[in-house]
Design a protein around this ligand. Sequence first.
Ligand SMILES: [Zn+2]
Length: 322
Amino acid sequence: MATLLRNGHIPHAFIFTGIDGIGKQTAARAFAMACNCANPQPFKTAWPDLPSPPAVNACGQCRTCRRILADNHPDILHVRPSGNLIRIAAIRELIQRLMLKPYEQGKRVVIIANAHAMNPEAGNALLKVLEEPPENTLLILTAQQTTDLLPTIVSRCQQIRFAPLPRDVLVELIAANEDLTREEALSAANLSGGSYTHALRLIGEGWIPRRTWLAKEVSQLRTQPTVTILALAEKLAARKALLPDTLAWLLSWYRDVIVFPFQPQQVVNSDLQDQIEATAAGVDQQTLIKGMRLIQKALKDLQANANPRLTMEALVLQLAAG
Ligand SMILES: [Zn+2]
C-alpha cells in the first residue's frame, strides 16, 4: 500500500479481506489518513512484522489525522452493518452523500466495514457506484472473504489479503496493552486464531482465570465421582457463549498432553506444564486421541444446535471414563 501511495496510482476501490480482528478497519483508516495527512512522513512503520502497518505515511498528529482517528472527518464516510445487515437504505444514503461536493480538498474515502453484510439489493446499489466512481473518491470494503460478496463487486476492486497475526506479534501487542503477564497473553493469543480482537474479547470475558479453573477440573476429571462430573458439565453449559472457546481450549489441552512426552518445548499451555506432565503420566496416547475426537464431535454438534447441557454431559462423562 505504501508503494501505491508513493507512486500516486491509487485504484478507486479496494477490498481488504481476512478473518475478523486483524486490523482491516485500522488499515482502512490509516489509508484514509495517509491520503489526506497535512504533514505526510517518509514511509516508516512502528510494527514492521504486521501484515499491514497501521501507520502508512500519515503523521497521526495533524488536525486531519486526528479527526480521522476520531471518526470525525466529514469526507471520510463509514458504512457499517446495523444489526446483521447493510441494507439498501444505507447505500442510498451513501450515494446521496457522494453526489454532494466534498467538504475539504483532500481525497474522500468511503469505508464499508463487513461488506459481506450487504444484502443483494444493497450490493447491486453499490455496484453502480463502483461502475461510475465519483471523482477523487476512494472506496475501501472490508470482508472476511471475497466469496461472501457479489463477484461483480469483487472484480471492480483491488483485493488486499490480511494474514492472521503471528503469535509472537500478538503476544507483544496484548502484553503491551493489557495488564497481563506474558504467560497470560500467550494463553489468550493461542486461542485467538491470530485475531487481536478475539484475544481481547477472551480477556474481557474473564478467560484467563477461567482457563486456570478449567485446567484444574480437567486434570482431575478421571478421579471424580459422577455427580461432580455432571456438575462440571452443567457449569460449562451455563456459559453457552463461551462453549466454542472452552472446547477449543480443551482440544489444545489434550494436544499438549499428547505432545508433552515427546516434545515438551512444543506445549501451547506452557505455564501449566506441571499439570500437563502429571496428566500425561496417567493416560495412554490412544485414550487422548479418542478424547480429541470426542471434543471435536461435541463442537460440531453444538454448531448444529445440539442441546448444550446434554452435549457437555455426554462429553465429560466419556472423557472421564476414557
Ligand atoms: Zn497527519
